[in-house]
Design a protein around this ligand. Structure first.
Ligand SMILES: Cc1cc2nc3c(=O)[nH]c(=O)nc-3n(C[C@H](O)[C@H](O)[C@H](O)COP(=O)(O)OP(=O)(O)OC[C@H]3O[C@@H](n4cnc5c(N)ncnc54)[C@H](O)[C@@H]3O)c2cc1C
Ligand SMILES: NC(=O)c1ccc[n+]([C@@H]2O[C@H](COP(=O)([O-])OP(=O)(O)OC[C@H]3O[C@@H](n4cnc5c(N)ncnc54)[C@H](O)[C@@H]3O)[C@@H](O)[C@H]2O)c1
Length: 458
């Protein structure tokens, strides 16, 4: 016997749970299915634990720099890694508990724990239960990609999930992949006391950013003693006693790195391979991402896909925005679209990189005649006062219309201050609008109007 619902939501991630809540509030009966932990990646193995660990690493770093501020600390700064980990574990657990009480309070929502697979376009199996619904919403997220690199099966390796279970700081952490996950964990473990080597196959770190951002990030990390090997074209692994030998074959430097631990941070893959999508006729692309239209409908009219599994975003805020698009279109008569979203994100190294819209190279490539306003953080009063003046801020505008095309703040509070640019872009503001805004002193944001007024052809 199957159980009928108005809607089935598969995955209690960043879009699934709020959607279940809105549908339930609208009086619909909802089955919410989760196979592992409520909150998905962000809460359990992504944003929340990592940003908690980043905060501990920052505290250690600032404690080591105490003398710069005229503060004395009696003796060396130590790391109580068990406490560091417990803090992250608790923040994730608290978040799960709060999600559980939210879901339990939903009037028309039934929570099923188990792995969901399609049996037919309207039918989903979860263990012994068979669920049916007129509408089905996928929010199944993704997991760490483990490519078929030579030797990878023969050595123990860590992913973003398993690294959170370490009981001690690795002696030498070799991070494969020089993007978000690799750089955040790399810097954090360096600050916890590990030797760290980051191995990136591309010619530079965070290869999607403007080269000057990649270069500045590299300088920041190297200044903390992190070894960086870019252009590592032939990565391979071999066990050597308790350690792992990572072959990098770079053009210069040692051809191999011997690490006590290896973290694979080379991208993510969607959790769509074991969902029985064929039984529902839902199409995916060659990498397994569910194909959706601008309103997040799949090729099957009663099935939607939200969050990382649709390949249209890879962040918590984009997954949550997917929920807003689907819910408002369905329940409020709205017509919201993914393409209305302005790309924005932050890289949580220290100092953080806040990014919005296009970079300089991308703006040029897309045919704009551009102007750029730029300032090093050494000329941002607040950064100097805080003795955190690494990095720079940059604004990219269209020379003809004055429209803001994008911005980057690699610097203290860059993740927060970038929202001043983002909010103006949402309203299609111009550089003159920004230049005329009177920002609060002393802040990092107060220099945004200044660089908007000082922009030059680029
Ligand atoms: C280390 C790391 C750090 C990150 N830091 C940030 C950050 O600082 N800021 C940011 O914006 N983003 C960050 N992200 C990305 C962010 O975590 C994801 O973009 C976000 O969690 C995606 O949400 P989602 O709802 O699409 O999927 P998820 O949160 O992954 O949720 C999917 C859920 O579906 C469940 N599921 C899967 N298949 C099935 C099935 N067949 N049946 C039942 N349940 C199923 C899973 O168990 C999971 O709970 C980070 C990611 C990582 C890995
Ligand atoms: N602050 C944040 O918002 C945040 C933090 C962490 C993760 N995330 C999300 O998680 C996702 C995954 O992050 P990620 O860093 O794993 O992936 P990514 O796709 O951003 O970067 C993967 C990196 O690994 C490199 N690479 C690929 N194959 C390699 C190989 N064989 N050897 C060496 N290097 C190789 C790539 O060139 C690239 O630099 C991101 O898309 C991001 O959205 C976000």
């Amino acid at each position: 016997m199957s159980r009928r619902f108005d809607a089935i939501v598969i995955g209690a991630g960043q879009a699934g749970t709020p959607l279940a809540g809105r549908l339930s509030d609208a009086g619909m009966s909802v089955a919410l299915v989760e196979r592992h932990l409520l909150g998905g990646t962000c809460v359990n193995t992504g944003c929340k634990p990592t940003k908690t660990l980043v905060a501990s690493a920052y505290a250690a770093h600032m404690a080591r720099r105490a003398a710069d501020f005229g503060v004395t600390i009696g003796g060396e700064v130590g790391i109580d890694f068990a406490k560091v980990r417990a803090r992250a574990d608790k923040i994730s657990a608290d978040s799960r508990a709060s999600l559980r009480s939210w879901i339990d309070g939903m009037a028309h929502c039934t929570l099923f724990f188990g792995h969901a697979t399609f049996e037919a376009p309207h039918r989903v199996r979860v263990g012994d239960e068979v669920l049916e619904a007129n509408r089905i919403f996928l929010n199944v997220g993704g997991r760490a990609l483990v490519p078929d690199m030579p030797g990878v099966e023969e050595v123990p390796f860590l992913t973003n999930s398993t690294i959170l279970k370490l009981d001690a700081v690795p002696r030498h952490l070799v991070v494969v992949g020089g993007s978000y996950i690799g750089l955040e964990f790399g810097q954090m473990f360096r600050r916890f006391g590990a030797e760290v080597t980051i191995v990136e196959k591309g010619p530079r770190l965070i290869g999607r950013e403007d080269p000057e951002i990649s270069d500045a990030v590299r300088d920041i990390l190297e200044a903390e003693g992190i070894a960086i090997r870019t252009g590592a074209e032939c990565i391979r692994f071999a066990a050597q006693g308790q350690d792992v030998l990572v072959g990098v074959d770079c053009h210069e430097g040692s051809p191999e790195v011997l690490g006590s631990h290896v973290l694979l941070a080379v991208g993510r893959t969607p959790n769509t391979d074991d969902l029985g999508l064929d039984a529902a006729g839902v199409a995916t692309d060659t990498r397994g991402y569910v194909q959706v239209d601008d309103r997040l409908r799949t090729n099957v009219a009663h099935i939607w896909a939200m969050g990382d599994c649709n390949g249209r975003g890879a962040f918590t805020h984009t997954a949550y925005n997917d929920f807003e698009i689907v819910a408002e279109n369905l329940l409020d008569g709205a017509d919201r679209k993914v393409t209305d979203r302005i790309p924005a994100y932050a890289l949580y190294i220290d100092p953080p990189l806040g990014r919005v819209g296009m970079g300089e190279a991308e703006a040029k490539k897309s045919g704009h005649r551009i102007e750029v306003g730029k300032r090093p953080m050494t000329r941002v009063g607040r950064a100097v006062e805080k003795a955190e003046s690494l990095g720079f801020m940059k604004l990219v505008t269209d020379a003809d219309s004055g429209r803001i095309l994008g911005g980057a703040i690699l610097g203290t509070s860059g993740d927060e201050a970038i929202h001043g640019v983002l909010d103006l872009m949402v309203k299609q503001g111009t550089a003159t609008d920004l230049a005329h805004a009177v920002h609060i002193h002393p802040t990092v944001s107060e220099l945004l109007p200044t660089i908007a007024g000082e922009r030059k052809p680029a």
